[in-house]
Design a protein around this ligand. Structure first.
Ligand code: TXA
Ligand code: MG
Length: 347
């Protein structure tokens, strides 16, 4: 299949909407990451998403809507918290999990009785949803297991030849996926940290429970509330080794780990903060932003992970920012890429 790449001009949006109405899949930009969209109301179209990504069938998709009022169309119950969150964070990087109405097909929710709903902020995403006139099921537009895509060329790397159209809206601003919060229990529950931080959520909702899968890998028999959280994710081909600790100790520890890796015949790489490259002359080194500005790290994380795939690297040591706020979303993605194994260099 020939994959066209178009800008989200009116003809690009029209082309995307036309394909979506016909039951095709299209990659679209959102403010978080690129999404691989299909009409959420057409099961055969949704099945094409799973096929193009190689996505496990038990992992439900987020449904993207074009207006907050659409909540009522797809959610069987709209608890008080939902409009509060919509008012605070929509359009934007927040997904609410609610009980679903039967109009949402089972293939979208992997048979679950709930559906994740999100109103994205990217103008091209909104234009496509509104023009198509249907809600769009859209996971991140990457091959399953690989880092999510934040540019149209990332999408082409993974999906060229498999989908008819990629809308190129430039690099995604947030760079990490939406925050997923479930409103189906007695208390709101964070299933995946993302573009909205936990303190921001709690400022609106009061205390929010955190699913254990947010912080650690689950044991035998434990199930995450967001099925996607059980898979290794976001990973470049090389092994990822996060290193936490104060600047000086973490840098020295990474230097020692690089030497040790090289001694074993492995090619070491480092993902560090801006201005630190000079500390790692023996390693392939990229920087991903400023530790004190976690938004800057989020914006470059997936692009950096993908760049390492083109570089001679067998093991990537990654500097972790201090936890808190948006940094926790960045740390979550890195820890998942590393299957929750990290080095603690100390303070
Ligand atoms: O920012 C985003 O959310 C992007 C853009 C394209 O909107 N989408 C995205 O989708 O990240 P995906 O499929 O890569 O991740 C969706 C996550 C998965 O971990 C999935 O298990 C969880 O949300 N999820 C979706 N529906 C759910 C539901 N009904 N209950 C629990 N978890 C759900
Ligand atoms: Mg994904």
């Amino acid at each position: 299949m020939l994959t066209r790449i178009m800008k989200p001009t009116s003809s690009g949006v029209e082309a995307a909407a036309g394909l979506l109405r016909k039951g095709e899949v299209v990659a679209i930009p959102t403010e978080t990451v690129y999404g691989l969209a299909a009409s959420a109301l057409l099961p055969e179209a949704v099945a094409k998403i799973f096929a193009a990504k190689g996505r496990p069938q038990d992992n439900p998709l987020i449904v993207h809507i074009g207006s907050p009022e659409d909540l009522e169309l797809y959610a069987a119950e709209v608890p008080e918290a939902a409009p509060m969150l919509a008012k605070a964070f929509w359009p934007g990087p927040l997904t609410m999990v609610l009980r679903k109405k039967p109009v949402i097909p089972d293939v979208v929710t992997a048979g679950m009785e709930t559906v994740g709903l999100r109103l994205p902020a990217h103008p091209a995403a909104l234009a496509v949803i509104r023009k198509a006139g249907v809600p769009l099921a859209a996971p991140s537009a990457n091959t399953s297991g690989r880092p999510s895509t934040t540019t149209a060329s990332h999408v082409a790397e993974d999906l060229a030849g498999k989908i008819p159209l990629i809308l190129n809206g430039g690099p995604c601003g947030v760079g990490l996926e939406s925050t997923v919060v479930s409103l189906t229990g007695d208390r709101p529950r964070l299933l995946r940290p993302g573009g909205i931080s936990l303190p921001e959520l709690e400022a609106v909702l009061g205390p929010v429970d955190c699913d254990p899968a947010v912080f650690r890998s689950l044991g035998e028999g434990e199930r995450p509330s967001a099925p996607g959280q059980k898979y290794r994710h976001y990973a470049p081909r090389a092994r990822v080794v996060p290193v936490k600790g104060a600047d000086g100790t973490a840098i020295s520890r990474i230097q020692a780990e690089c030497e040790a890796a090289a001694g074993q015949g492995l090619r070491p790489a480092v993902l560090c903060f801006d201005g630190e490259q000079g500390h790692f002359p023996g390693a392939v080194c990229l920087s991903y932003g400023v530790a004190a500005q976690p938004q800057s790290l989020a914006a470059k994380l997936f692009d950096s992970m993908r760049r390492f795939d083109a570089l001679p690297a067998d093991v990537i040591f990654v500097r972790l920012p201090p936890s808190g706020g948006m940094a926790d979303s960045v740390i979550n993605r890195i820890m998942k890429a590393a299957e929750h194994q990290a080095i603690d260099a100390g303070e």
